[in-house]
Structures are given as C-alpha cells and as structure tokens.
Design a protein around this ligand. Sequence first.
Ligand code: GLY
Ligand code: MN
Ligand code: MN
Length: 443
Amino acid sequence: MKPGDLDPALHGARRARLAQAMQEGVAVIPTAPERIRNRDTHYPYRYDSHFYYLTGFAEPEAALVIVAGARPRSLLFCREKNEERETWDGFRFGPQGARERFGFDEAHPIAELDARLAELLGDQPVLHFPLGADPAWDARAMGWLNAVRALARTGVAAPARVQDVRALIDDMRLVKDSRELGIMRRAAAISAAAHVRAIRAARAGRFEFELEAELLHEFRRNGAQFPAYWPIVAAGANACVLHYVANDGVLREGDLVLIDAGCELAGYASDITRTFPVGERFSGAQREVYEIVLAAQAAAMAKVRAGAAWNEPHDAAVRVLAQGMLDLKLLGGGLEEALEKETYKRFYMHRTGHWLGLDVHDAGDYKRAGKWRALAPGMVLTVEPGLYIRAAEDVPERLRGIGVRIEDDVLVTDGACEVITRETPKSIAEIEALRRDAPGDAR
Ligand code: GLY
Ligand code: MN
Ligand code: MN
C-alpha cells in the first residue's frame, strides 16, 4: 500500500470511536468549501482535516453525519454523479459509489442534507458541530435546529445543546496510528530530500525563489500534493523575519540562508528548517550562533519523552539559548535574571514546537485544566529553537542580521524520541560537506 491509499476500515474505526466518545446525539462535520481565487478560478482544493480524518473522502461539497447511541450509524452527504460536470472537472463518486467504496452505512445527495437533518435531529439531546468554524455552516446549523423546533407541537423535541465536536476529534488526532506515522515518515523523507536539493542549489547571485523552486519540484515529483505551508527561503537578514515569504531576495556570499519548508503528503504535514551558508563555510560568528541553536535543540529533544510535560522541551531550549545570548554579549546580567525577566524574548520570541499531523500546527490542546499536557507515545511535534539577531546599535556588529533556526519533527515513544526528519543534514560538518560538494556555478 502506498502512502495515502484508502483504508476504509481505518476511517470506519475512527468514526466508531467518535460515536463512542459522543455517547449520544448527532454529529455533523462538513468538509471545507471550495474558495474562489478570482472570477471562475479556484484556489487548489484542500478538504477539511477533521472531515478527512474520519472519512478519507477528498471531494468538496460533502458532510459527514454520525448518529451515536446503541447502534451508531454514519452517513455521508456528497455530490451526485453528473456526466457533464465530470467531463469538465473529473470523477465524482456519487452517494452510491461513495457508500460502497468508503463503507458508510448510508450516503445521500448533499442537496438532501438540510431536510434529512431536520429528521435526524428530532428527539436527540445534542448536536455535535464545529461551531464557529464557518459562518455559513453556523447559519445552516441554526436552520436545522429551528426546523426541528418548528415540530414542537407534534411532540418532537429539538436538541437542547450544541457542543463543539472538534474537541473530541482533536484528542483522537493527537495520537497517531501506524498508518499515519507511515505517511508522516514518508513526508519527512521527501522534505529532507528537498532541503538537501535546495542547499546544494544555493549560489551567490541566485534568488531565494530559485531555491523555493527546487523545494517545490522535489515535493511534487515525489507525489506530495502541496507544500504544508508556504516555504520560507530567507537569505541574510531576511531570516530574522519569522514569517518571511516574499522569497525574492538575492543570495550573497557570506550570508546564511534559512529555509523552513515541508511537504504535505496524503494530507499529512512535515515541517523542517535548516540554516546554511551561501559559501562553503560558516563564518566564526555564524558558527557560534548556530552551535547555540543546535545545542538548544538537543537539550529540548532530550526532554521529549513519554510523561514529560509539554513545556519541558521549550524550557530546556530557552535555558540554552539564554545562556548563549549572555555568552555572545547580546544580553547583560545573569541567566536567572534573563529567564525571569524574559529578556531573551528579544532574540527568541516563539515557542519551541507545536503538534504536527494533518495540519502543520495540528489539532490538540497544549494545556488541560490549566496544566501543560503530558507527552504520550504516538504524539508528533516539532522541535524548532532559533536565534534572530536584528541589526541594532546595542548588538555586537559581527552578529547583526544573523538568523538561525533548526527544526525537526519528532515522534514521542516509550524511550528516546524518534526524529522522523533525521535524514536532513544538520551538523556544521554535514552542512559544510554538502556545500563543498555542491555543483559549481552552472549559469
Ligand atoms: N513552518 C511553520 C512552523 O515552523 O511553525
Ligand atoms: Mn517550520
Ligand atoms: Mn514548525
């Protein structure tokens, strides 16, 4: 089976688990709408992650309905077969085809959703719905409830509660199963190869977008459908702009380049950052900054183990980074003061990681009842410390404009974490070897 191949039994098992977690009531989970880019041209279509997790169904204009209880049922609402539209836009399963292929108990045309929900919600105590995710669907949900309320005199009761169904699904999505991990490992390997390719393609005089093109080519030629987020290719001081996406600057000898890029494969994201010199070697100052970030990442990764609290990796990284800032004379005073007053935030202003899965910033709480969540086997997160030294008068001149981030994707296990992006070169020696071996300027 190749990554992304359908496994209807798996999606069915997830729906059964959700029905059990709901205990009672009806869940309605719509997929994402198509979005117009301009006139009659659309943005590339991407399904809703919650919907896809529970169905594996990738067409737009669809909704999943789950009826919980003693005999749970799942119903798909989707587009009907349509010869003309299929001639223009491609194959559609249609309700009957979708039911057979994906294993739903029932499937109906999406046009019947409103009428059937007015029936399905009668005498149900609760509607589980992604409340607030999309105003158009919110309004539709109110319509279903009102349609049931209109039946009050016939003795039918409307749900008294509407509950956000996402909390239940988020929790399921947080712990990945072996199929998901297989896809994520493959996505990580593709992204690793893309980074190697972009690192090898760097030359003074080339533009950031030329490296972006190498990344996108490598993603796509390996079957990844999208970048998981728009790649950041930031040369020189652009690396100090955290969400830099212009990617139109030129690479200069002596600069570092920061690339933050990962593909999306069969719905699953990868997320890797590497920082490397345009020339063959890091300068002395660049090397010092890089080694601090690398040590911070190692310290954070050492804390990624089952039972550790979510903030432990971050706290470990911050400690190393803050000490590094003191050593570099970016900060004065002592370590405890820097930590207490959070003066390190001037040069390290983001968190050290996030959950990773169907979404690059994946579903799942970080705190529960006011306490940081404990890591458990099967959770996947990023570990991505950085140091961003924007030019300023009080910053040592040799450090001005240096930005370094190192980001890997890791799986929590019973022992040491598994670094699923480990094929991406990371040590200074590995990166310099890659730069040395890069083909000469072919222009
Ligand atoms: N690339 C997005 C992130 O690192 O969080
Ligand atoms: Mn990233
Ligand atoms: Mn990230």
